[in-house]
Design a protein around this ligand. Structure first.
Ligand SMILES: [Ca+2]
Ligand SMILES: [Ca+2]
Ligand SMILES: [Ca+2]
Length: 519
């Protein structure tokens, strides 16, 4: 659990924003934000999971193609359009933040507010953190938000920033997505060096981390959304992803947002709230392996210039932003030879209209090197759910090992199960056939006797022999030497799997008829 999410430990801020801190809590909480507080105590891992949204798509004007999330021309948090339109709030005026929305408040403006200092710029891998250097005007951040949305058309990341007031000049907000999350107590090696004597807050960057920049010109109402990738030592060049046909869309509020229209985050003056939707196609380029970001945070930059110094930031929050799909499998456990086995794969994390196929492979060894020819075809995928391989009937006993591979498609990464995964072996055991017998008799002394054994429950190609023994007493202790040989089995054409064996046998003259014992 990330810091600041522990129920009951929040300290109420004074109206001027001075927040007492308990040892484990570093999230500032506004007096007017009871509902936001409630959301902040939800375990971060559960926060960024959006339910699938069915067609048709949101009919309001300003949504990113494929998304149903309102990036209103005049940015706001309430739902304006009809279902299936969504926004930061669950519904219209007066409603709470939508389930799954991450809303992280900054420390209150003033002497305790953490910010970047000493000329720290975006390309500094170890940004310097200072306290109290942000005057409550330009760049003083308030709350940032994140939400992940899955629709039939794909997955989207929505982001918002809010600030204390509207300064003159440009608006430059940077959202950083990191693979690592910095928890100084639990995972200090995930943390950057934020300065001597400073408890680190920002994560160590990993190649492939992303910076989503929101740049609004002075007097502008439509921000430019760009994306940069961490190369290992610096941010790579900016790629503009907004604009016509783009994979991102942003907006800013041009009128006041009331308390009731913001679940208490407001009131927000014009130009103090900005929102953006970004397609996963911009976050996770196709053709690569799937990826996951575990940390997100917001910072304000002092000007349009990318190397300009950074100002305020809202400490990173744990998130789960991923295009990875996952397959779990459950194979037939144990069967008797002659019965079919199959595997069922459960696809999750994919878009609701996920296509592609799942191929099932069967191996006769636990290293999955000897593949068994099953003749099974790949199964066509239609969204998340269970997919069965179809039946295959092994012809030899033993333990069999399944693997399943999802091909992926344009919106969903490929994934496979590993050899030896739990629930991925099927044991094929020997058949347990039964014998029943029917001895001939009674006969007249001098006539032959015989026994007929009926074998059932064996495989159709059962081999081996059946041996007949004859005794002269009802305890079967005195065996009679018959000279009979064990019989090789052969299939009786009229009796299916039942094997009929006949053998002429000379009956002992002194034994009463009908007491032949055969086993
Ligand atoms: Ca909106
Ligand atoms: Ca709206
Ligand atoms: Ca701050």
């Amino acid at each position: 659990m990330s810091e600041g999410n522990t129920r009951g430990q929040h300290q109420r801020a004074t109206p001027k924003g001075n927040t007492k801190r308990s040892g484990a809590v570093r999230v500032a909480v506004f007096v007017a934000l009871p509902l936001l507080v409630a959301l902040l105590v939800v375990p971060a891992k559960a926060m960024l999971q959006a339910p699938a949204v069915a067609d048709p798509s949101c009919a309001t004007a300003n949504v990113l193609s494929g998304s149903n999330f309102e990036i209103d021309v005049n940015g706001n948090l309430k739902v304006d359009g009809p279902d299936p339109c969504i926004d930061w709030l669950a519904n219209g005026t007066g409603s709470d933040l939508r389930s799954g929305v991450l809303a992280k408040a900054d420390k209150p403006a003033g002497s305790t507010d953490d910010s970047f200092g000493k000329g720290t710029a975006e390309n500094d891998a170890n940004p310097t953190i200072v306290s109290g250097s942000i005057p409550p005007n330009k760049s003083d951040l308030k709350v940032f938000g994140a939400f992940t949305e899955t629709t039939a058309a794909g997955k989207f990341l929505e982001l918002f920033w809010s600030r204390v007031q509207n300064p003159s000049g440009t608006t430059n907000m940077d959202f950083e997505l990191n693979q690592k999350f910095c928890d100084p107590a639990a995972t200090p090696t995930n943390c950057a060096n934020n300065g001597s004597g400073v408890t680190p807050e920002t994560p160590l960057r990993t190649t492939g981390d992303l910076l989503i920049t929101y740049d609004l010109a002075k007097g502008g109402t439509v921000p430019t959304i760009s994306i940069r990738t961490w190369t290992g030592s610096a941010w790579g060049p900016a790629t503009v992803i907004s604009g016509a046909g783009g994979s991102a869309l942003g907006s800013v509020n041009t009128s006041t947002i009331s308390v009731a229209d913001s679940d208490g985050i407001g009131p927000l003056d014009p130009f103090t709230f900005g929102e953006a939707a970004v397609s996963y196609s911009a976050l996770f380029p196709s053709g690569g392996t799937c990826g996951t970001f575990g940390s997100a945070y917001l910072k304000s930059r002092s000007s349009d210039s990318f190397p300009a110094e950074l100002k305020d930031f809202i400490a990173p929050e744990r998130v789960h932003i991923s295009n990875c799909t996952s397959l779990t499998t459950n194979a037939t456990g144990s069967v008797t030879i002659g019965s079919p086995i199959s595997d069922t794969a459960t696809l999750s994390g994919a878009t609701s209209d996920a296509g592609g196929t799942i191929a099932f492979h069967l191996f006769s060894d636990n290293q999955c090197t000897n593949e068994v020819t099953t003749g099974l075809s790949p199964v066509t995928v239609s969204g998340n759910g269970d997919y069965n391989s179809g039946n295959f009937t092994p012809t030899a006993v033993g333990t069999y090992y399944w693997t399943a591979s999802y091909s992926g498609d344009a919106n969903n990464a490929a994934t496979s199960t590993a050899c030896g995964d739990p629930g991925e072996s099927s044991v094929v055991t020997k058949a347990h056939p039964a014998l029943s017998t029917n001895a001939a008799g009674p006969v007249t002394l001098g006539d032959p006797i015989s026994d007929t054994a009926t074998l059932s429950g064996a495989t159709s190609d059962a081999g081996g022999t059946i041996a007949f023994h004859l005794f002269s007493d009802n305890q079967c202790t005195n065996e009679v030497t018959t000279g009979l040989s064990p019989e090789l089995g052969e299939l009786h054409p009229r009796c299916g799997r039942h094997l009929l064996l006949d053998r002429q046998l000379q009956r002992r003259r002194q034994q009463p008829a009908g007491l032949d014992r055969v086993r």
